[in-house]
Design a protein. Structure first.
Length: 145
């Protein structure tokens, strides 16, 4: 999913003024600036999006993205979600191995806005889990980012 919020025409506080609508010089300047900018349909993928890399910051061994990895921006949502699912599976395996039980798991995908093209992109994810082990009365909460 891709959401574009790029605005080709510059915005200024003076646009709020009703008198600006009648000023043909200012309107002509705004139109000229918009023509000089590349429309979003012609941009494709900006340099910032094309060079973005993802890396796992957790101590969870055996998951993807342990080294910086470039992901196509259109594939990032599904690949980051898949990566977070690896953490979920590892938490379940660890709980079963220790005789414990997973109380809850929560996966959150984080988004950000590209400073260059103003597109919303998935910037990462966090998996949180609460595991109750049979040897302890309390809950151990593990958070993987």
């Amino acid at each position: 999913m891709e959401i574009s919020i790029r605005n080709n025409a510059p915005y200024s506080n003076s646009i709020r003024n009703n008198n600006i609508r009648n000023n043909s010089n200012n309107i002509a300047n705004i139109v000229q600036e918009a023509r000089e900018k590349t429309p979003i349909s012609e941009v494709g993928v900006c340099k910032t999006c094309a060079s973005r890399t993802y890396q796992d910051g957790s101590n969870d061994i055996g998951v993807s993205f342990k080294s910086p990895t470039r992901i196509d921006p259109s594939s990032a949502p599904s690949l980051v979600a898949s990566h977070e699912q690896e953490h979920v599976a590892n938490n379940q395996r660890a709980a079963e191995k220790s005789g414990g039980e997973v109380i809850f798991q929560n996966v959150t995908l984080k988004t950000n806005i590209c400073p260059e093209c103003k597109r919303v992109y998935v910037s990462g994810g966090v998996t949180k889990a609460a595991v109750a082990s049979s040897s302890s009365k309390g809950n151990n909460v593990d958070a993987y980012a």
